[in-house]
Write a protein of this length. Structure first.
Length: 157
C-alpha cells in the first residue's frame, strides 16, 4: 500500500477520490461532508480509501487517550491501549462491569477497572488506609499521561 497523494488545495489531507486532487474540505460542492469510515463508522476526520485517520494504516498517528484508563498519549500501534492497561488485561483476562464507573472492560478480583483501582492508591493506600474503590472515586479521578517511566507503586496497582 502506498501513501495517498495529498490535496492540491491545502496539502494537509489526502485527496478524497483517486486522481481528483482535492480533499473533502477543499472539493467544490462537498461542503466538507466525507463518507463515514468503513471500519469504525466515524463521521469526521476522513483520511483516504474510505477510512478515517485512526483506522488508515498510513495516516499520521495523532495521540489519543487510552480506551481503558483514559491516559493521554497512546497511539494505535497497541490498539489505543497504554502499556499499563495492556499488562492489566493480561493479568485480568475477561471483561466485566466495573463497580465504580460501570464500564465494560477488564476488572480485577474486586470488580474494579485499572483506572478506578489506581485511584484507590492515590487516595487511600498512600495514607495507610484500606482500599475502598467506591469512596476513593467519589470526588472524580485523576488522569495521567500514558507510557511514562516512573517507579513502581509500593503494594502494587
Amino acid at each position: 500500500m502506498t501513501a495517498p497523494p495529498m490535496c492540491q488545495g491545502c496539502s494537509r489531507r489526502p485527496e478524497a477520490y483517486r486522481k481528483r486532487g482535492w480533499c473533502y474540505d477543499c472539493k467544490p460542492g462537498s461542503k466538507g461532508r466525507p463518507l463515514p469510515c468503513r471500519r469504525c463508522g466515524r463521521d469526521g476526520d476522513y483520511w483516504s480509501s474510505g477510512l478515517c485517520r485512526l483506522c488508515h494504516p498510513l495516516a499520521p498517528q495523532a495521540p489519543d487517550s487510552c480506551r481503558d484508563c483514559l491516559a493521554w498519549g497512546v497511539t494505535r500501534l497497541r490498539g489505543r491501549l497504554c502499556l499499563a492497561c495492556t499488562a492489566w488485561r493480561y493479568a485480568h483476562p475477561g471483561a466485566g462491569e466495573c463497580i465504580c464507573c460501570h464500564r465494560e472492560l477488564a476488572v480485577n478480583q474486586h470488580q474494579a477497572c485499572r483506572l478506578c483501582w489506581a485511584q484507590t492508591f492515590t487516595r487511600q493506600a498512600q495514607l495507610g488506609l484500606p482500599r475502598d474503590v467506591l469512596s476513593a472515586n467519589q470526588a472524580g479521578q485523576q488522569l495521567w499521561f500514558a507510557n511514562m517511566n516512573r517507579p513502581e507503586f509500593p503494594g502494587g496497582c
